[in-house]
Design a protein around this ligand. Sequence first.
Ligand code: NAD
Length: 293
Amino acid sequence: MTTVAFIGLGNMGGGMAANLAAKGFAVRAFDLSADALDKAVKAGCIAAASAAEAVAGADVVVTMLPAGTHVAGVYRDSAFGALPKGTLLIDCSTIDVATAKALGAEAEVAGLLAVDAPVSGGIAAANAGTLTFMVGGTDEGFARAKPVLEAMGKAVIHAGASGAGQTAKICNNMLLGASMVATAEAFVLAQKLGLDPQRFYDIASVSSGQNWAMTSYCPLPSVGPDSPADRDYRGGFAVALMLKDLRLAAEAAEGADAQTPMGAKALELYEAFAAQGQGEMDFSAIIRSLGPR
Ligand code: NAD
């Protein structure tokens, strides 16, 4: 039986660890929060008293933590220099590309195999085991990570070398943030010019303006398929998380000397929206900030 150490049992990691346990992996779980650890134990995981205790003797280490500093802390304090050669490290958190690449290189020096494997899909997909994983790492790392990730998701895609998973994730979410703003402003303008929003949807959804934010996640209530807009913008993907990803994209763009003016504008708008106390709302609620000028 494959033993997996799972570090970070929050909104996402809790459901992911539970799915691994349900699919027959021996899961040794650790989180700084006692409540999160209790929930994981109830879902079939074995509690560890520290990250070091969880990873000792594990075949695979999965992390699902808030940011790069947390992942680097766990890797440097508890994995590098402590784990036997060949142990597989899978980081599913969304972190900055530079840290992901640096940790991949440090793992190689330590004789460990590391992949970055951030996810698309929110808490519901984490609980249902239907996440999409985009994986950065070697062919060997990808091949070994695949069966573990398949126990938590519906799609596992090899993006490229170390850091490529995080690159795919932030480029995708930068596009999503910018296209949500663009979709929202098109609806606002159409409405202000006297066009019925449902009519606009019927036309644009089969015309060249069609995009995912419009036809799968429409920011207007009662238009398009069921979406967080129909639940007063509750649930879904929080503004604070979109903001985090847009900041990571801006940071990576600066480091790579890439021009991302639409991403920068989306970041500015989401920053202003979050500053108005809207960080917990679904990110499609940005339409509410596009009121009268
Ligand atoms: P969360 O804050 O709910 O969970 C993080 C957990 O990590 C917490 O339980 C915290 O106690 C624990 N933790 C922090 N530092 C630790 C340490 N040193 N050792 C052990 N445990 C530690 O966050 P989340 O929503 O589960 O998100 C996790 C990651 O997934 C983030 O990188 C996020 O950007 C990404 N993500 C989240 C979503 C989403 O919808 N929530 C979607 C896609 C990706």
